[in-house]
Every structure is written in structure tokens, then in C-alpha cells.
Design a protein around this ligand. Structure first.
Ligand code: ADA
Length: 559
């Protein structure tokens, strides 16, 4: 299942399939080991190695090896998603490494000979704050290891057109600006041609120092969740060509409102981890599509993609089937000490840049986010919060900036956010543990929150409840409708929707969570039974709990 953009004019091979595989437990891989590894197993790419019998639940380094046949010249290997630390070897020579867990990372190098070569990828899933600073064992989701997503081999010509980034200049009149990303030995001026929506090509002369062009769309149909109309632009040069898909739409805020194509829209959403107990974070295409269908069936118009850059295939489907998306960098409750670690800050910023590069043309994405529940009430976090907001804003693509805070009362960076997004669990992590069924806490907390934000001078910004939810053990029913029963979760979801959607002061909500997913039992045994985060409205196999129909009902009643 290839994702956009589409490349033509050179050989591109998707290296999914069986690879030789070996696993070494415990130690971080050292370079001199590379030639000594013995391969007795095979594995599939993509997949999570730590879900497979040979190394289930273990931490160490997985080695993937295969042979590839290539030309002499420029090669680009694209790893679309891995965890946590990846080193790439070509005929035993190291050509690059990356610790940008979940990011799509390209590795460019030269093949000096035409013919067969050995490709070896070493992927460690060891927690190590300096080598892989983006991911930590206290995060409330399982840190899987492996090549989660496809690996692609591009045999590039001497120069190539790699991407065509589309910016909407004026959606109504259909004016767009297309910025090309080129690489290789480029001529100063290069003949090119472009085609919009498959219309006949029009010739032009590209200036490789400033490869930008303003184009006029003939078909100006706008993209929206109800009418997800998509357009394409193809840019052809003598050396290669690229086709990108995009949508015409505007998104902006006006006071407390969110306007999509100039019309007010409220967000009926849910948070979704890209995960399944059988596949980890390496989902098969049929499941990705099924997830999107379930989101639509629920009546969602919005999905908050937590807590890392997403699989482009999911985003492609959101574009196609019409869902508004929040995509964010990898983070979870990061304390000040992480912000003091220069490796953490550097990786966050690099991941934000990659996020833009990967996702720039998805019309579904309306919000760029970062650092879920970082300790944004500490002065030590100020610098990185504003740097990340600035990087994402520099995409100048009209998307909105936000981050999910759990410190709305003393958060120091709220002024950076176009939408104030707050994670809250009143009545689940109840303030009065002696009260049975503390559902009343939801309304009280939402009122208090709005007052507190207004007092802090944010009364005129859109406020999104970016997480709210309750856990339920699937199949466990209780006539007292207490905590952990499907009944309590259903009542909780109903009450959250009543309070939040019933109050126009809120932009909307993203219920926590889509489906139950694996986390750690050790530190959290008491509140994470089954070693899962049980707040899904679907269980870990996508079977509905009572809350599913309740949410569907609430979302279908709301315009
Ligand atoms: C937080 C966090 C989620 C999840 C949730 C919960 O808000 O952002 O990832 O851990 O709490 O289930 O408690």
C-alpha cells in the first residue's frame, strides 16, 4: 500500500517482506559487532520484533539483513517508522543513524558499484536517555522495537524532484503555491512541466535556487470532512517526476471559534494510539482502514493522533474519507530534567521538522501538536515549548498550533497555542476518592476550568478538551455501575459529552480513548489492569464496549 507522494522516472522498490533476522538481548549494539552477527531467523518487515516468539517482551537490538540489487549512483533508503534507535549499514559500512522514533527518515548515500549489495539495519528498543532521548519507560504506552513501517529503496537519478509542497494561497479562488524539494547535481535552470488534476502538462523553466511556482486551480472544490475532495499536482522534469495529493481548505480561529472554510465547526473527536495488541504499532492496511471506518461510524469528525508522528497510510485515509486530524511529536509527561538534556531538545526539534516534511500535504491535518502533558508549568520548559511552536508555525501552511496540557492553571506557554487543549479526568481520577460514582465532578471541573482560563486572560481562545475518559474492563458489568464496569464508562462518556458539547464555550472534545492498548503493568499495576490502558470505547480487538454506542449517539445528535 504505497502512500503519497508518487514518484516516477526512477526505480523505487518497497522492501517489505522476509528479511534475515537476529536478536541480541540487553546491550546497546556496538559497531564492531556488525560483521559477527549470525543470522538463524527470519522476520517480516514491517513488524514489531518484540511481539514475536523469538524475543517477545525483550529489550536489545534486532538486526535485519537482506540483499538488494541497485545501480551505481545515488541511493535513498526511506525508513517510514522504527523504534527506538536505528543504524544503517551498506556492505558493512555505516551510512547513518537516527533516534527519531516513529519519524519517517531518509538516508542518502552513493552506491559505488552496480549489482548486489548487503543492507543491514540494526534497531534497538533499549531505553537510553542519551542514545534515544525521545522515549522513556514511564510513558503510558508500550515502547515497541523494530521497523514498524515500510522500508523503501529509491535508486535516484543524478538529480531528482523529491517533493512538491503545496501551500494554499487562496482557497476560494484556487490559488496555490508549490515549492519543490530537489536534490542532487541540479542544473541552474531546468525545463519542467506541471499538471493539475491530470490536466495537460504546461511547460515552465525552473530556477533550482528558488524552485517555487504559483498555480491556479481550475477545479476549486474545497475539502471538508463531509466532502473530502482531493486534488493532485504532478511536476515533471527531465530526470524524475512527483505527484502529490492535496486539498483546498482554510482553517483558522476567530475568538473562541474554529472556522473551517469560513464556517464554524465544533470538534467531535477521539484520541487514537496507532496500536493493536497483536501487531503493536505496525498495523496491517486492512486494520488501518477498519479503524478509519470505525471512527466515521462513531460520528467523529476529528481524531487526535497520540502521541507520535503517524503512519502516512492512516493520514492518506483521513484525507480520503474526511476526518480532521491532530498530529504531534513524541512526548509524554516529560519533566524538567528532560528539557535540561540537550539531546532531548535536539531530537524534539528534528522530529518537528520531519513531521512537517512528511505531512505537509495532508488536508486532514489541521493541528500540529507537541509534548503531550510536558511539565509546562516549569520555567525550564519555556524555551523548548516556544521553539517547537515556532518550528511548526514556520511551515506557514495555515495549520493551527496546540499542545495538550495538564497544567491549565499555571501553564507558562499557553499564549503560544492557537487552541488551548486541556487533558482532564474528573470523576475518573476523582478528587474525592470517597465518593462512589463521582460523575458530578465532570461538570464542576469544566466550569472551574473555563473560569480559571478566563481569569488568566485566555477567555477568548478556543478551548478543546483534548482528553477525557474512564476505564472499563471489557465484558465486566455491574449493577452498581461502579468504576471499571462498562456501565460506569458509558455513563462517564455520556456525561462528558453532555457537559462539553452542551457548552458552546468549548470547541469540542477528544475522548480518551479509541481502543484499549498495551502499556506497562510494573509501575502502574493498580491503575492499568491487564497491562492495558483500558479506557478504549473499543477493546484491544476493536470489539465495542457499551460506551461505543453512547458516544455514537452523542456525536450523531450534535451538529
Ligand atoms: C494522560 C495521557 C494519556 C493517558 C491518560 C490516562 O492524560 O496523556 O496518554 O496516559 O492520561 O489514561 O490516564
Amino acid at each position: 500500500m504505497q502512500t503519497w507522494p508518487l514518484h516516477a522516472g526512477y526505480p523505487l522498490e518497497i522492501l517489505d517482506g522476509l528479511w534475515d533476522f537476529a536478536f541480541q538481548e540487553g546491550v546497546l549494539f556496538r559497531e564492531e559487532q556488525c560483521s559477527k552477527i549470525e543470522f538463524h531467523d527470519v522476520t517480516t518487515v514491517p513488524s514489531c520484533f518484540d511481539l514475536q516468539n523469538i524475543c517477545r517482551g525483550l529489550r536489545g537490538t534486532g538486526f535485519y539483513r537482506r540483499r538488494v540489487r541497485v545501480h551505481k549512483g545515488r541511493i535513498r533508503l526511506v525508513c517510514r517508522g522504527f523504534g527506538f534507535l536505528l543504524s544503517v549499514y551498506w556492505d558493512g559500512r555505516k551510512i547513518g543513524e537516527s533516534n527519531l522514533t516513529y519519524s519517517e527518515v531518509p538516508f542518502d548515500f552513493l552506491s559505488e558499484e552496480e549489482g548486489e549489495h548487503e543492507l543491514l539495519l540494526a534497531v534497538s528498543n533499549l531505553y537510553d536517555a542519551s542514545a534515544a532521548p525521545l522515549i522513556h519507560p514511564f510513558y503510558d504506552f508500550y515502547g515497541y522495537g523494530g521497523l514498524y513501517r515500510s522500508v523503501e529503496l529509491h535508486q535516484l537519478p543524478d538529480c531528482s524532484v523529491d517533493r512538491a509542497e503545496v501551500r494554499i494561497v487562496d482557497a476560494e479562488s484556487g490559488k496555490i503555491r508549490v515549492r519543490l524539494r530537489l536534490s542532487g547535481n541540479l542544473p541552474e535552470r531546468c525545463p519542467a512541466a506541471f499538471s493539475l488534476d491530470g490536466a495537460p502538462f504546461q511547460e515552465l523553466l525552473l530556477d533550482s535556487a528558488e524552485p517555487e511556482m504559483e498555480l491556479q486551480m481550475e477545479n476549486r472544490e474545497l475539502w471538508s470532512p463531509e466532502h473530502p475532495v482531493l486534488h493532485t499536482v504532478t511536476v515533471r522534469t527531465p530526470f524524475s517526476s512527483v505527484t502529490e495529493r492535496f486539498g483546498l481548505r482554510t482553517v483558522k480561529t476567530e475568538g473562541k471559534k474554529l472556522l473551517l472554510n469560513g464556517k464554524e465547526i465544533r470538534l467531535k473527536g477521539i484520541c487514537r494510539h496507532e496500536a493493536h495488541v497483536l501487531f503493536g504499532v505496525s498495523l496491517p492496511p486492512s486494520l488501518i482502514l477498519e479503524d478509519v471506518r470505525l471512527l466515521k461510524d462513531l460520528g467523529c469528525n476529528f481524531v487526535r493522533c497520540v502521541h507520535y508522528p503517524q503512519d502516512s497510510r492512516f493520514l492518506d485515509l483521513c484525507d480520503e474519507l474526511g476526518l480532521l486530524v491532530w498530529e504531534e511529536t513524541l512526548g509524554w509527561g516529560n519533566p524538567p530534567e528532560h528539557f535540561r538534556n540537550p539531546a532531548f531538545a535536539a531530537a524534539q526539534k528534528a522530529q518537528a521538522h520531519r513531521l512537517i516534511e512528511k505531512s505537509i500535504n495532508h488536508p486532514s491535518i489541521i493541528i500540529w501538536g507537541f509534548l503531550n502533558e510536558g511539565h509546562s508549568n516549569s520555567p525550564e520548559t519555556d524555551a523548548l515549548y516556544s521553539e517547537l511552536a515556532e518550528i511548526l508555525r514556520s511551515a506557514r501552511d495555515g495549520r493551527l498550533i496546540s499542545y495538550a496540557t495538564m497544567f491549565p492553571d499555571d501553564d507558562r506557554s499557553l499564549a503560544l497555542a492557537d487552541i488551548i487543549s486541556v487533558n482532564r479526568y474528573p470523576g475518573w481520577y476523582a478528587s474525592n476518592p470517597d465518593l462512589p460514582r463521582p460523575l458530578k465532578e465532570i461538570e464542576a471541573e469544566m466550569d472551574r476550568l473555563l473560569k480559571s482560563l478566563a481569569k488568566r486572560g485566555f477567555g477568548n481562545r478556543p478551548v478543546l478538551i483534548s482528553e477525557i475518559g474512564a476505564g472499563a474492563i471489557p465484558g465486566w458489568h455491574d449493577t452498581f455501575r461502579v468504576h471499571w464496569s462498562e456501565e460506569y464508562q458509558a455513563d462517564y462518556v455520556r456525561e462528558s459529552c453532555r457537559v462539553i458539547l452542551g457548552n458552546p464555550e468549548f470547541l469540542g472534545l477528544a475522548v480518551w480513548h479509541f481502543s484499549d492498548c498495551r502499556t506497562y503493568a510494573s509501575a502502574r499495576a493498580l491503575c492499568r489492569p491487564r497491562s492495558l490502558n483500558n479506557k478504549g470505547v473499543l477493546d484491544e480487538y476493536r470489539r465495542p464496549k457499551l460506551a461505543y454506542d453512547v458516544l455514537k449517539q452523542a456525536y450523531s445528535c450534535q451538529k
